[in-house]
Design a binder for this molecule. Structure first.
Ligand code: TRP
Length: 468
């Protein structure tokens, strides 16, 4: 183990950073449009069950493995068993894939701060066209994505306590305050009740196998699980921290922000008589339209909203970049700055391809989808769920039970009353549940070729990656 390994500066710092990783575009951009597209309340209920049974247990497991080994994802798996290295490598691949589209949307959010302030979003009728024109433009979104990625590189290059932790401590509380402000405005609009009913009155008529896979993928994505991110963050954590408590706090904050985003968006959406199933453009089209109809104060609310979205995206993408950087630092003995610059360079290229795939490169498809969707669907629908399942199998069947109990009770100095329940959930329930949901969902999905490709990637990694 490395004597001079970096550590979080404080407990609050760690929680803010981990919550910063979890709370991101997944909560504010994706959660509302997934809920909207999947019928609202029933999706949300299934999502909540997955979050608190599967997600929370996997997060505790990731923290435990990370802190036990003091190593990031690849090293942590390898520490126990060379044959399992591939599960860590799958995480690094997932990080690159998520970062293939994430900075594109992060760049949109940043651009929209300026678009709202300069009045481009004040004409409600033109907002859809503004969004369509913007994301298909060959230059403009690339420039914003570049700025967004640059901010990432600067923060991650500064390291754990100095960069990631400092940013999280300031930016996360700002985000909570901003969202609460918007939610209060939204629920006090006349006609807001229909939106609350859409969110909270379960209607199971639209539930299919795909709904479950979507909810599971969303749970992993939103909590930053299934690719070693929380293993990596846990590896920098001090031995005094109570892992289960921290996992519960992070999970609760993440869920709270997703629901808050729903409460900020849907009541206003229904109050203005708009469509809930607007897709990925929901936040960028519907939200500015809502604000435009409020007049002058709306401009301010819109700008605040997009600052919040940018902040949330940044603290998350920083954690994704850290997974790759930590791998290069731990396993390839690379210097932090060099690791971050080379990672950033690759991400610029994948980001450019993915951004252009929504415009001038829209004719270019891989297995039936554009580059942006390729990265998004593969990670969300396959890699994270399978990665989470592999972690559960690894923790339940490879790591010794006594080691886990020792780690989760800090060497017997604390009590973790639910240890046995947690252990059995990880060992038996999660592998089976994820397998069932994955099979049902994959059978239901349109892009079968893409799904098979994803599984093939995992298989190939499983065979070859012990060399990495
Ligand atoms: N959780 C973040 C979000 O909701 C995205 C993210 C950061 C992530 N790190 C991750 C997703 C690791 C999966 C795995 O926006």
């Amino acid at each position: 183990m490395n004597q001079s390994r970096e550590n979080w500066g404080s407990r609050m710092g760690f929680i803010m950073a981990a919550a910063g990783s979890a709370v991101g575009l997944g909560n504010i951009w994706r959660f509302p449009y997934m809920a909207g597209a999947n019928g609202g309340s029933a999706f949300i209920l299934i999502y909540l069950v997955f979050v608190f049974i599967i997600g929370l247990s996997v997060m505790i497991a990731e923290f435990a493995v990370g802190r036990r080994t003091s190593l990031a994802a690849v090293g942590a798996y390898k520490h126990y068993s060379k044959r399992w290295t591939f599960a860590g490598v799958l995480g690094v691949v997932s990080a690159f894939f998520i970062m293939g589209f994430y900075p594109v949307v992060g760049g949109w959010a940043l651009a929209y701060v300026f678009k709202s302030l300069t009045g481009l979003l004040s004409n409600a009728g033109a907002i859809g066209d503004v969004f369509g024109g913007f994301i298909t433009n060959p230059i403009e979104p690339l420039a914003w994505m570049g700025v967004f990625l640059l901010m990432n590189v600067v923060i991650v290059a500064k390291g754990i306590a100095g960069g990631i932790e400092k940013a999280g401590k300031v930016l996360m509380p700002t985000l909570f305050v901003l969202l609460i402000l918007i939610a209060v405005r939204s629920v006090t609009l006349p006609g807001a009740g229909a939106g609350l009913a859409f969110l909270f009155q379960p209607d199971f008529s639209e539930v299919t196998g795909q709904t479950f896979l979507a909810a599971l993928g969303q749970a992993f994505f939103s909590l930053s699980l299934g690719m070693g991110c929380m293993i990596t963050y846990g590896s920098y954590l001090s031995k005094e921290e109570k892992l289960p408590n921290n996992a519960l706090i992070v999970t609760a904050l993440d869920t709270g922000v997703a629901l808050l985003a729903g409460i900020a968006i849907f009541p206003a959406l229904f109050a203005f008589g708009m469509e809930p199933a607007a897709g990925p453009g929901l936040v960028f089209v519907v939200v500015p339209s809502i604000f435009a109809q409020m007049g002058g104060i709306g401009t301010l609310f819109a700008a605040i909203f997009f600052v919040a979205l940018t902040v949330a995206a940044l603290t998350s993408s920083v954690s994704l970049m850290e997974v790759v950087a930590a791998y290069l630092i731990d396993q390839k003995q690379m210097e932090r700055k060099k690791a971050v610059y080379s990672t950033g360079f690759i991400m610029v290229i994948t980001g450019i391809l993915s951004s252009l795939s929504l415009g001038i490169m829209s004719g270019f498809t891989i297995l039936g989808v554009g580059v942006f969707d390729f990265f998004d669907i593969l990670t969300d629908k396959i890699f994270l769920a399978i990665g989470g399942m592999l972690l559960a199998i690894f923790v339940g069947w490879v790591v010794k039970k006594e080691d886990l109990e020792d780690e989760l009770t800090n060497g017997g100095t604390l009590t973790f009353g639910l240890f046995n329940i947690w252990y059995n959930v990880v060992k038996y329930v999660i592998p089976v549940a994820v397998a069932v949901v994955a099979v049902l969902g994959i059978m239901d999905i349109a892009q079968t070729g893409l799904m098979l490709f994803g599984l093939a990637v995992i298989l190939v990694l499983g065979i070859f990656s012990h060399k990495l």
